[in-house]
Design a protein around this ligand. Structure first.
Ligand code: HEM
Length: 362
């Protein structure tokens, strides 16, 4: 799986940047959209081989699906009942295309299997082969499409936004950026691509930067919705009747003073020689509904940051509005404004706030 992540995601992104840098020593890139591109390239490669449409189509479907889901929360009729659906015609059309494309990819895979000697090893195949352990029932066609959509939507935006916030914080905390680049250039000086196993052993500071970014600005959002099950539940001495709708407060857990000390400050050092503290970062959630893609996400995040920080220099452009010396009311570098989407939290104005100057590292 990891070679696919490198070939289709990390190396492809670096090739794109290298092409831009072939004609110029420095280029300005909009890193939020670059990371979105990377995350989509990876999930399409891992999930569907060549059978799904191009990157830009998938990007549009994910974007429209998130928007439609937000509309559904606020104004459900706009997603189901005419004439309210006139407000969402384009979004509903985009969702239909998304579903149709997955149905086509699934049908093509079934056709392929009739004559293939080997079964592909990708997410689509895993879902086609999966069965209920007790009843041995396979996923229905509707369930298959729904699972595929959940995986594509859940795996793209959050990974992209996590990378975005990590780079944004490194730019606001130059000493952390310097430490991270020193670490990777000292520990992995060779030009071959840095893989997860190597990064995990040799690059504790970069891993700490990623965890600290996931803690301080969880791309997952603020609340994870829950409904209290039958019979109710008692939580920390409070009885919650069955059916109560509540939210698990991710940001609250990630900023709890007793656990985190100075929670508003970006301090990757807090994880160094204290690896257990990473378990307290609540961003992947915990328990039965914990993110099933956590390990995949880490295999994407750590090598991506490691390879980029080793191979390139990043600096903020002179026009940047958020820089290390512009402080918020708590005395920490002010962070660009953020907005909540359906599955993630990203910068409100990426085209304004996510520009960065990239050059090749010496
Ligand atoms: C930094 C990256 C990621 C973060 C922070 C993250 C976090 C989360 C969180 C908090 C949830 C909801 C858990 C809950 O309600 O308690 C979730 C659900 C989910 N995640 Fe992730 N995720 C990430 C990447 C991925 C990736 C790469 C995949 C790819 C397979 C993935 C697949 C899913 C799926 C399918 C669900 C829905 C599970 C369900 O409905 O029970 N996630 N994720």
């Amino acid at each position: 799986m990891e070679p696919l992540i490198h070939d289709n995601g990390i190396k492809r992104l670096m090739r794109r940047w290298d092409r831009l840098l072939a004609n110029s020593q420095r280029v300005v890139i909009q890193y939020e959209s670059e990371f979105a591109h990377l995350a989509i390239d990876i999930i399409v490669a891992l999930g569907y081989g060549q059978s799904l449409n191009t990157h830009s189509q998938v990007a549009r479907w994910v974007h429209d699906y998130n928007t439609l889901s937000m509309v559904n929360l606020i104004l459900p009729l706009a997603c189901t009942h005419w004439p309210f659906t006139l407000l969402t015609t384009n979004l509903l059309q985009s969702k239909s295309e998304f579903i149709a494309s997955l149905a086509t990819a699934t049908a093509a895979r079934r056709e392929h299997l009739k004559s293939a000697n080997e079964r592909p090893t990708d997410i689509l195949q895993a879902l086609l082969d999966s069965q209920d352990p007790q009843s041995k029932a396979k996923l229905t066609e509707t369930q298959l499409i729904a699972e595929n959509i959940a995986i594509i939507v859940a795996s793209t935006d959050i990974v992209a936004q996590t990378l975005t916030w990590t780079l944004a914080y490194l730019m606001l905390y130059p000493e952390a950026y310097a430490k991270a680049t020193r670490e990777v250039r000292r520990e992995c000086p060779h030009s071959n691509t840095i893989h997860y196993a190597e990064a995990k052993v040799k690059l504790p500071y970069i891993e700490a930067c990623i965890y600290e970014s996931m803690r301080i600005r969880a791309a997952t959002g603020v609340f994870l919705p829950r409904v209290v099950p039958k019979g109710g539940a008692t939580f920390q001495g409070h009885f919650l009747p069955e059916g109560t709708e509540l939210g698990v407060n991710v940001a609250g857990a990630n900023h709890h003073r007793e656990t985190w000390g100075n929670p508003r400050r970006f301090m990757p050092e807090r994880f160094i020689n204290n690896g257990n503290l990473m378990q307290s970062v609540f961003t992947f959630s915990l328990g039965a509904r914990m993110c099933p893609g956590k390990n995949l996400a880490l295999v994407e995040l750590l090598p991506t940051m490691a390879n980029l920080l080793r191979n390139y220099e990043f600096t903020l452009p002179p026009s940047a509005l958020f820089t290390p010396d512009i402080l918020d009311e708590h005395g920490n570098p002010a962070v660009m404004p953020r907005s909540h989407r359906f599955t993630s939290v990203g910068p409100t104005y990426p085209d304004r706030d996510c520009n960065i100057i990239v050059s090749k590292a010496a």
